[in-house]
Design a binder for this molecule. Sequence first.
Ligand code: ZN
Length: 277
Amino acid sequence: MDIRGSRLERYPSFQGERGKMPENQIRVMYEELTPREFKKRLKQAPIAYLPLGTLEWHGEHLPLGADGLQSQGFFCELAREVGGVVLPMLFLGPDLKIRIEGKEYHGMDYYGFDWNLGMGRPEILTGSAYLMDKRLFRGLIETILGLLGRQGFRIVVGHGHGPSITEFKRLTPELEKKCGLKLFSARREDESDGFGIQTDHAAANETSLMMALRPELVHLENLSLDLEEKPKAVSGKDPRTHSSPEKGRQAISIQVERMSKILRGALEGGEQQIPQS
Ligand SMILES: [Zn+2]
């Protein structure tokens, strides 16, 4: 008796629409794949994408999970182009930490303000809850890499929150050796053209990416109409005058194309010939 046939008859939804799925709906997120789908994607390209997210203030106009949402959105498009699987986003990461008068300030709590420019005193920004000790972050990344290697991945791409990328890149030579994987980020040496992925803090670049990926989560109307009034703890070009969904879309397609070449080269074992910047 053909059990498969009878199962499909009994549960017609099993038949699905997998073969007919449009390109932009192909499932690439780890947590959504069945073992069979997972195995197939891994066989096509043994690449895992790790969104280095945070839960962090990104201005009054962007959601607190902006870092993970942008890298996850970018990675989904990259995975549909090259193959591979997108991991769930992290929400913890390293950053600068400073203690003033008994209070601890993290990242933009301090660096988003400047007494000299009359931009106010440091404050614990609403929603910022992501800071992780660098040693623990290293342990977390190493654990994830170990688990991925065991499943047969050969390449891991980590990208997202700036200080997390910096740490991921710093650890790369050591962890590549230890875990037997090739590691990449999408950061370039020179990001001044504005078409990188997450190259400022809640300013024109990150806002444009969010507009392209998750427009329903962007609320520019929360920012002052008075352009003299600078948005709080936002770093980079003013999102009110310099961001657009088109800029975000352009950055994504430029970087998907660039990273595709790098990753395809690495899969063929020729990554050394392809410059990362
Ligand atoms: Zn960010």
